[in-house]
Design a protein around this ligand. Structure first.
Ligand code: UD1
Length: 347
């Protein structure tokens, strides 16, 4: 069996780290990096620390408007598919790289396996919601991480090819979660004496008021803040002064990120993946969004949704103190093996 897999952005590197190893045990994989993320610390460092195979192709598309970036990827991926003639296309999650991969494949009648299918925020202003809805509707195999995601697909009339397998990001935390790095020492941090902040969603970073509101809420806390390049640019553009207690550092790689999440007093984020990682590692999460795809984290009481509301964020910092059980809604850590086996059997 020959598979083309598409990656482009950070969360996809994490998922590919788990899946590529399993595919390559018995099958041929052609890994395509679209180049959506291209800075050393946004891309190469993930391949190094997670020992992800070197991509056979790097399309070097880089940044652009939604349409431009997706169109250039579509063109590049189509050329690879025509040359490689795979049996399957594997796409991950909901980025523009995912959508471009799915569109290129479906038009060439190459069956698509979508990993992390069925997630919904019901907010069509998010590019990711558009990407995941379209990808789900053209996929042949849909690998759902949760029961809720299976139900979401059912409500859109998608039942064939749907498999509840668990979450590949949970597999990754099970695999890499014990390998703590020395990032706390390097940054002079003590366990449970700092908050871990990330924000990169356009709704928070492109909007000056929201970005300012978030920073205002955090002005009295010890914050470590690995900043996405988009966010760094927005802080400069909007002339936002970060108080000294918010320590802005370069983006961190996966193992440093897990170490920082695990040892943080609380996590404050608008990332999807980090909400789950906080939950898996038992750290309370304050989510800077109005809705989440990962509803189980909220239902179990380990995640609260504050949007960019200063008072709600402050209240979360002071009063949010979960202690309840965390359910096993995200599977048994063996999603990757299950996924590859199902693709094999389908062939
Ligand atoms: C993308 C995904 C998002 C995911 C995130 C993970 C889409 C629509 N969004 O968002 O779902 O959560 O990746 O991090 O696909 N930039 C750099 N260097 C880089 C990459 C980006 O400087 O290596 C800057 C550029 O100014 C670029 C901006 O960041 O315009 C946004 O990058 P982009 O890839 O469009 O989306 P992300 O916000 O990273």
């Amino acid at each position: 069996m020959k598979v083309v897999s598409i990656v482009g952005a950070r969360p996809q590197f994490v998922k590919a780290a788990m899946i590529s190893k399993v595919i390559r045990k018995k099958h041929e994989e052609v890994l395509v990096h679209t180049g959506q993320h291209y800075d050393e610390e946004m891309s190469q460092v993930f391949f190094d620390v997670m020992k992800i195979p070197k991509p056979e192709y790097n399309l070097n598309i880089g940044s652009g408007s939604q349409g431009e970036q997706t169109a250039l990827m579509l063109d590049g991926i189509e050329k690879v598919l025509i040359k490689e003639k795979p049996d399957w296309m594997v796409v991950y999650g909901d980025t523009n790289s995912t959508l471009a991969g799915a569109l290129a494949a479906v038009k060439l009648h190459i069956p698509i396996a979508h990993i992390e299918a069925g997630l919904r925020s019901f907010n069509m202003h998010m590019p990711e919601e558009v990407n995941r809805r379209i990808t789900d509707h053209v996929s042949k195999l849909l690998f759902c991480p949760t029961e809720v995601s299976v139900k979401n697909l059912e409500e859109e009339g998608i039942v064939d090819g749907v498999h509840l397998v668990g979450d590949v990001m949970f597999d990754a935390v099970e695999h890499y979660g014990q390998q703590e790095t020395d990032i706390l020492q390097r940054l002079g941090l003590k366990p449970k004496e700092y908050y871990f902040l990330t924000t990169h969603r356009p709704s928070n970073t492109d909007d000056k008021t929201n970005l300012q509101n978030i920073m205002t809420a955090l002005e009295n806390e010890n914050i470590i803040f690995p900043a996405h390049p988009r966010t760094v640019a927005s802080i400069e553009k909007h002339g936002i002064e970060l108080p000294d207690n918010i320590r802005k550092i370069k983006p961190v790689h996966y193992l440093d990120s897990l170490t920082l999440i695990k040892n943080a007093k609380k996590v404050i984020t608008d990332s999807g993946g980090i909400q789950k990682e906080a939950y898996f590692l038992g750290t309370p999460c304050i989510t800077l969004r109005e809705e989440t795809e990962w509803v189980e984290t909220v239902e179990d009481g380990w995640n609260i949704l504050t949007g960019a509301d200063t008072e709600k964020i402050k209240d979360g910092i002071e009063n949010f103190d979960p202690t309840g059980e965390r359910s096993s809604s995200y599977g048994d850590g063996k999603a990757s093996e299950k996924i590859v086996k199902i693709i094999e059997n389908e062939l």
